[in-house]
Design a protein around this ligand. Structure first.
Ligand code: NAP
Length: 490
């Protein structure tokens, strides 16, 4: 990719905060820098919104609310569909932009354009399918109508790891449902959201329906927005500790909340698994996004009879992964988002090794400019190791063993998280038992990637509340109203 096209893509990102349909600087005039994690270089500056800007954005969302709620569902859906089409036309630019600000290999950014774009298309189709209910009450004295209504102004907070998909997974259902919104992207990756917001404007989104506040002071800006009595809904994707803090803040206003939080996914390989499929699934479940996904397999739990072969086969794959800047052809291991992420991988692997685990490949930072950690396989990981407890969020595949199904299930469920689990077995009955027994909101049975716009994405336990995508996704932004009228014959 030439430097000229990189610059052109960066230059195409609008300048400022989107408030009430116009791009404007932060009230303070301040900006902050966005870096390329592969080089550390500053690639853009963006407006650094403050409390005043958060308030102005919410004002705009509140003002635009009634007209957007009354806009025909077909019209709302068509705006999103046009945005989907525009995104396809500009998919190379958006993919490059994501790689520049977040670091993931270009092929993965392309895959994210597909995945993230699907939320625009899926919810454009859902716009006209919001249904209610009508019936006679059990006593026969009245008619009951159940109808669905937009929740109202929403505040959407997104993380850095999927800059496009995490934004569209919230924006698309919110707007489809007839809600207006303020979106606050992560400080590390604000550019893709700014680009997509402009694309939605170009697709015909009326002023004020979507507002974007970029900021380096997320807590300061968000507190007053969440405390504002006009806000009706908070949707957050990010870490569990921040999610808990936001839930407490949201409690004061009894806000509707959706929480897509952290994970600690178990990846079970049984003795009867198709090992070819399990290895292929492991590469996807672990190394997609360089391991920086809430759905990333965090704990490989492998039956003791096949553990050695599985470890040898995944090691052979990982050893061959090309490392480099995400823009380079064929790269599998791009940079981690920042130096803190590299240090975390170092600490977790160091702790596991200190407790008796063995590094089969990798196991160290890559000595080059940027924030790289080598593709790593560590085996013989002992109970009590931190790597089994914390989200790794890096390209480290950690293997422990189990002896039977009960032990596998007990180990898999031994975490406060419950986002996704993966299991590889040829035994269909066992597969069904695992669906019942694994305490997660999602499961990949003999597959390594489960994300899909048509599916309800979300977790149980401390991985979250609510679902994004699927038939369920739009209901996060609708409230149910029941109306009773007298029976017309009495
Ligand atoms: P994070 O630190 O929790 O940040 C997420 C978002 O919250 C960012 O926009 C951040 O802004 C903002 N934020 C931080 N503190 C805040 C506060 N006090 N008030 C309001 N907003 C605040 O998480 P992250 O490191 O960006 O993302 C990684 C985490 O997200 C992992 O735990 C991962 O598992 C989880 N995740 C979950 C899902 C899912 O669907 N379940 C999907 C993707 C990621 P700043 O960037 O400005 O700090």
């Amino acid at each position: 990719m030439s430097q000229a096209s990189e610059q052109a893509v960066l230059d195409a990102v609008p300048d400022g905060l989107l408030v009430g349909g116009g791009w404007r600087p932060a009230a303070s005039g301040r900006t902050f820098d966005v870096h390329d994690p592969a080089t550390g270089a500053v690639i853009r500056t963006v407006a650094d919104g403050g409390v005043e800007d958060g308030a102005a954005a919410l004002d705009a969302a509140v003002e635009a609310g009634p007209a957007w709620a009354r806009t025909a569902p077909r019209v709302r859906g068509e705006v999103l569909r046009r945005a989907f089409d525009l995104l396809q036309q500009r998919r190379d630019d958006v993919a490059l932009l994501m790689t520049l600000e977040m670091g993931k290999p270009l092929a993965e950014s392309q895959a994210e354009v597909t995945y993230g774009g699907e939320f625009l298309r899926w919810f454009s189709e859902e716009a006209v399918r919001v249904a209610g209910r009508y019936g006679t009450n059990p006593e026969g004295t009245g008619r009951m109508t159940v109808s669905q209504h937009p929740v109202g102004p929403c505040y959407l907070i997104t993380p850095w790891n999927f800059p496009l998909a995490m934004a569209t997974r919230k924006i698309a259902p919110a707007l489809t449902a007839g809600c207006t919104a303020v979106v606050k992207p992560a400080e590390l990756t604000p550019l893709t959201t700014l680009y997509v917001a402009e694309l939605l404007r170009e697709a015909g989104l009326p002023d004020g329906v979507l507002n974007v506040v970029t900021t380096s002071t997320a807590g300061d800006v968000s507190g007053p927005v969440i405390a504002d009595p006009r806000l009706r809904k908070l949707s957050f994707t990010g870490s569990t500790p921040v999610g808990k803090q936001l839930l407490k803040q949201a409690a004061d206003g009894v806000l509707r909340t959706s929480m897509e939080l952290g994970g600690n996914a178990p990846f079970l390989v049984f003795e009867d698994a198709d090992l070819d499929a399990a290895v292929a699934g492991a590469m996807l479940a672990k190394f997609r996004n360089v391991g920086q996904a809430c759905t990333a397999a965090n704990r490989f739990l492998v039956h003791e009879r096949v553990a050695e072969e599985f470890a040898a086969r995944v090691t052979a794959e990982v050893r061959g992964f090309p490392v480099g800047r995400g823009t380079e052809e064929g790269v599998r291991i791009g940079p981690l988002i920042d130096d803190r992420a590299v240090r975390k991988a170092e600490d977790l692997v160091g702790d596991a090794v200190g407790r008796g685990a063995e590094v089969l490949t990798g196991g160290a930072r890559v000595e080059r400019e940027g924030t790289f950690y080598a593709g790593t396989v560590v085996t013989g990981v002992r109970p009590g190791s931190e790597i089994l407890r914390q989200e790794i969020f890096g390209p480290v595949l950690s293997i422990s063993t189990f002896g039977d199904e009960d032990e596998a299930v007990a180990l898999a469920n031994d975490t406060e998280y419950g986002l996704v689990s993966y299991a590889f077995t040829r035994d269909a009955d066992r597969g069904q038992r695992l669906v019942d027994r694994l305490e997660t909101g999602m499961m990949g049975l003999n597959v390594g990637v489960i994300s899909n716009a048509g599916a309800p994405f979300g977790g149980v336990k401390q991985s979250g509340i609510g679902r994004e995508g699927g038939l369920e996704g739009i209901h996060e932004y609708l409230s149910t109203k029941y109306t009773l009228t007298p029976d017309p014959y009495r």
